[in-house]
Write a protein of this length. Structure first.
Lengths: 587, 587
């Protein structure tokens, strides 16, 4: 089993040193959330991740949930751990105190998301979708529904799901067939089949609240005829308690390559009672509230799995001896593999990406909070635009990098990485879902280039590039060499952006074929931006904590020398256009 | 289960149109191997791969071999299929007619290696190591041993293994502990434990011939004290039949992420009788004969798995509808995903890499045959040097690309790629061993930069670069735009090579840290070289088979526009040196 120690020092560094964002500081409700409180919370979060959740990873992989007489039984240990998890109030961390939550900002809860992803993604998913459903209900449902469902969900007694995908539609929800027929009492009867439903059924909670996309019988075809319905597994009685079983049943559990501990279900809705959430035919918009936040969390999953893969690679490299290093000092036998240049390079590649991503993510968490809670609508909107822009980037880049990093971990472990003993191969398999679900990474890239760069709110990418330029316009002489490198890639990103804006007018296929590369370049530059902010503090406070800041500076060196330059080739390839791609005749 | 049709048209194109290599044509023994004969063989090879072997992939994955009362039982269907496989003489394809082989050159048998890898890598491995052991015995053993063992191995009644790895040593064989004690009759008693032994034990053959690296009790430490021993599972009697059990037993079967149908064993040698092969203390050299050929085959495994991943992605893209394409013509509903630019790009990425690799591999097969069979020692040596240079490149690049391609296949299949139903995730898992075994890809890169570029035979890389320049100095005007691109990257490779040669003198860590990138650049350029040769024929013979050659030209366009430019970033990153990497203080 891989070991894991939550990276509290880095997390607290970000919270203490990079929180000083004017607009974020203006948010009234988080003024009490100070360093000491956060440290206490994260220390407890670390304990529960390391001690309670981590062992569930192997258990879930080896004994996936089973469907028995219509009931889904989770993996050994999951039920006991979940009970402790909710008793200690971990579901409620970021929820509204009005419904029993602890009201922590994303700048804190995101760290917990990362820890849980490191410990066991499969286990995490049981609570993650509850938070997704909570957010959607909070923003779109009536007060009555909120009062009925949210307290139990925040408490963790009831969990949630997102029911979108059907056999004929994943990416393209316009094709969905699930029907909703209005009843005389204002409720709906839901009929249809949903597939790939994460935590679709299980024995951890007394009720499961499904948020289901369906087409009302009198609604038009396509995406404009989709509404959102709340469909509980058990009907909730007037007194708020769980009543009779609703018409939702589990058809089967998917047999998957990874996250085997997570019950991914086929759900059959047979005249199930549903309650409409939000406006009729606007279901997709409501669901996207949930989905956008969820996409960022998927990126964080990639980051969390990267972190545990790195930690175990580092410790293995320190204890495995093999071959002589170039400058060996050992007379006899082999050196530790951490003395080999290519292993060190691999470790630094992981570390520089992980820490850069974590810093970028912290910035994004602040922007998210500003977008939700700032008092000035204009400030809110601008932050919201940045969050929208960065959502596909974080989702795709972090999950792709997660594959690169878990793969490097496997290479460092050699044959022992491919066999099951050390659990490294499980990290690789578990992370492999992240570039797929919540919209494949190509779907994210299309979303970025076609819907996020320039919107009705203006030229978002232009504002973002200006923000990066402003924020990296730092006088400290020690920053200049990094800034120069960033400027070079900012210029490439600028040219690439102009190319996209030009091509989008009448060669959309060029844009589509360039979209994945564009996302990567934007992601690399955004991470460099985050690194520059880390470097700014590192040089300024150097004397206060030399070891820590020297580590940051050297790690940044790796990022600027060996990760950022990937942008060069992406730009060059992508701007060759798509004529030869579109005209190709596939046999 | 994925479907598979062997790419006979492309294979026969290479055999018919790119075989015309002067030195290869001078090999006497292959003059009879003409196009018709090869076509007949490959058609039969295709049938057996598609019909007999392909179904074993799923069977092996779902029911891996088990160790029961000291006996390894292979997966359902393996025994029957293996029987048919050897009855039809497939083991013997490339073997010497003197021992019952069919004497086919690598230009033919390599295609069969690819087909088997596409169909079921796990099944292939049972025969693959037999060929490895056959080659090693053929070149290094006494006539008596050859006469005793080779006919049965060529027939497929006995199989072979390579026993190198031990718990403390994989990459670094100098550390190995297995002991060999000489007996009065000239045989040895072998004691020790070997791990990760592919096909280490199974029920497919009546005997298993282990080639074991061990240290004679009077030999020195390190790599210079290692000898090679033949250790049969059952002692062979004077009459050539199988006798009593030798002191080799199976400790356990590894539980792995992929190639689950292959029995990867822990073998315990307890006073097992062994026969020394080749000279004492020169075992590593003898083993490397086997290993080098085997490394190329591992590259071909990556190619084979890429091919089946591509075929299934293409057919899925033609039948799955999702979303509207940019230039949609459908009024209602979604378009086939093959109409989406990013899916087409992904398919062409796969195709252009696969076909380029196959062409490069064909060239390498010719070089291998020249290196083994040409009458002129100088010609032989030069070809041998090129094979040595390209061995780590083919091993690493093809297997890394295999991961990229199986990953793209999974993305194209979305959720259906991650679940077990369609078998796509199995391709991804099965291929994941290829960058690890027979020396990790980083070990290959180190081998390339430190041992293959400049050797006692001269400046090999320089000769190779000149060869590429000569062979691509083609007058056809239509080639010029490709040639110009190749020249650009040849120049980068030249600069990179000079940098390596300079740094190797006193900054070996710079070279180590650059080695993986250097290998990639060399691989990309070598594949472009192969593509130019394909293009030369395509333009020349265009009118004779327009559809086929147009396909080649367009596929090459993709390669030159979108694959080759990766070299740019690799070069830029790698030449930043290693000071910041070596000085880093890992916590």
């Amino acid at each position: 089993m891989p070991s894991y120690i939550a990276p509290l020092e880095d997390m607290m560094f970000l919270f203490n040193k990079l929180r000083n964002n004017k607009k974020y500081n203006e948010i009234e409700k988080y003024k009490e959330v100070n360093s000491e409180l956060v440290k206490d919370i994260l220390e407890e979060a670390a304990k529960i991740s390391q001690n309670l959740i981590l062992p569930l990873a192997k258990s879930g992989d080896e004994n996936p949930p089973i469907l028995e007489n219509g009931v889904v039984r989770t993996s050994p240990g999951y039920k006991e751990a979940y009970k402790k998890f909710i008793e200690d109030g971990w579901i409620s961390l970021s929820c509204d105190p009005k419904y029993g939550g602890q009201g922590m900002p994303k700048t804190v809860s995101t760290f917990f998301d990362e820890m849980l992803s490191s410990a066991s993604l499969a286990f995490k998913l049981y609570s993650e979708l509850t938070i997704g459903a909570y957010n959607c209900i909070l923003r779109h449902a009536s007060e009555e529904i909120k009062d009925t469902y949210l307290p139990k969900m925040v408490e963790g007694k009831w969990s949630g799901t997102m029911c979108l995908t059907e056999p004929v539609c994943g990416t393209d929800l316009g094709l969905l067939k699930t029907k909703a027929e209005e009843q005389s009492d204002g409720t709906y009867k839901i009929n249809g089949q949903k597939i790939f439903i994460t935590s679709g059924d299980h024995d951890l909670t007394e009720n499961i609240i499904h948020l289901v996309l369906a087409r009302s019988t009198d609604s038009p075809k396509g995406t404009k005829g989709i509404s959102l319905f709340l469909v509980p597994k058990f009907i909730v009685k007037e007194d708020g308690n769980v009543g009779s079983r609703n018409g939702v049943s589990t058809g089967s559990i998917e047999n998957k390559m990874g996250i085997k501990g997570s019950a991914t279900c086929v759900l059959n809705f047979d005249g199930a009672t549903g309650y409409m959430i939000g406006q009729k035919n606007r279901g997709l918009n409501s669901m996207f509230t949930m989905m956008n936040l969820e996409r960022i969390v998927v990126g964080i999953q990639g980051l969390g799995i990267s972190e545990i893969a790195y930690q175990n690679s580092l410790s293995y490299a320190k204890e495995r001896k093999q071959g002589k290093a170039n400058n060996t000092k050992s007379e006899n036998g082999a050196d530790f593999i951490i003395d080999h240049a290519d292993i060190r390079k691999s470790l630094l590649n992981m570390k520089s990406i992980i820490e850069g991503e974590r810093a970028l993510c912290f910035w994004l968490s602040q922007q998210t909070e500003v977008s939700l809670n700032h008092s000035d609508e204009n400030v809110k909107q601008e932050a919201s635009d940045f969050v929208s822009l960065m959502t596909p980037v974080v989702k795709s880049m972090f999950t792709d990098m997660g594959m690169e990093i878990t793969s490097e971990a496997m290479q460092i472990h050699g044959g022992y990485g491919f066999t099951k003993d050390l659990g490294i191969e499980q990290l690789y398999r578990d992370n492999r879902i992240t570039p797929i679900y919540e919209g494949t990474n190509s779907v994210q890239a299309a979303d970025l280039v076609f819907r996020k760069l320039v919107t009705k709110n203006g030229d978002i990418i232009d504002k973002y590039l200006n923000l990066v330029k402003e924020e990296t316009n730092i006088n400290d002489e020690k920053i200049q060499s990094y800034k120069k490198q960033l400027d070079h890639y900012l210029a490439i990103l600028g040219k690439f952006t102009d190319w996209i804006k030009e091509k989008i007018k009448d060669s959309k296929d060029d844009v589509s074929a360039a979209s994945n590369d564009y996302l990567k370049v934007l992601g690399l530059v955004a991470t460099a931006h985050a690194w520059i902010k880390v470097l700014e503090v590192s040089f300024k406070d150097y004397e206060k904590n030399k070891d820590f800041y020297e580590d940051k500076i050297q790690t940044a060196n790796y990022y600027f020398n060996r990760v950022l330059p990937r942008a060069e080739s992406y730009f060059k390839s992508a701007t060759t256009g798509s004529k030869y791609i579109m005209e190709f005749k596939f046999n």
